[in-house]
Write a new protein. Structure first.
Length: 183
């Protein structure tokens, strides 16, 4: 196979997916969003498996990667719907933290251009350790940054799916032609 083959392109796409997933994982950890952290972790493992399958000519590993990319696209569509509040979903729920904590997207308070002000809690019988944060002046609202992250994941996964299907078919053809010569 040549340098610009489907295999080399898939290796490059897997590397991009790993970088993108690692970046997303960092910001989800900063926001204590446990559902995306778990999803990103699984994604990183399967992309490494797909990368290994591509490098080592292991079509079965690549099939696992291909199936996962379809699931990953579905998950990211859900994330987009969640942050855009489609179909009764609300970005103000604790769904992404498994209702364990009251944390939200890290981008909510730290987005580009955001001015964050910590306000003391009111004395209306609320817990003393809760602080209220006022955020103003954001260039891009946090939900759109989350949507952009998910859209990038979808784009990389769809392209990776197509290339993985192509590389699997090439591997299988080569394996069939090699098996035919030995008979």
């Amino acid at each position: 196979m040549g340098c610009c083959s489907g295999r080399c392109t898939l290796i490059f796409l897997c590397a991009l997916q790993l970088l993108s997933a690692l970046e997303r994982q960092i910001f989800d950890f900063l926001g204590f969003q446990w559902a995306p952290i778990l999803g990103n972790f699984l994604h990183i493992i399967v992309v490494i498996l797909g990368l290994f399958g591509t490098i080592q000519f292991r079509p079965r590993y690549m099939v696992v990667y291909t199936i996962w990319t379809a699931l990953w696209v579905t998950w990211n569509i859900f994330i987009i719907c969640f942050y855009l509040e489609v179909g009764g979903l609300s970005k103000d729920t604790d769904l992404m933290t498994f209702n364990i904590s009251v944390h939200r997207s890290w981008w909510r308070e730290h987005g580009p251009g955001c001015i964050r002000r910590v306000l003391p809690p009111s004395t209306h019988g609320l817990l003393d350790d809760y602080m209220y944060v006022s955020v103003t002046g954001c260039i891009v609202d946090f939900q759109y940054l989350e949507v952009i992250h998910s859209a990038i994941q979808i784009l990389l996964s769809l392209i990776g799916f197509v290339y993985a299907c192509y590389v699997i078919s090439v591997f299988m053809e080569e394996e069939d032609s090699f098996s035919g010569r030995n008979k």
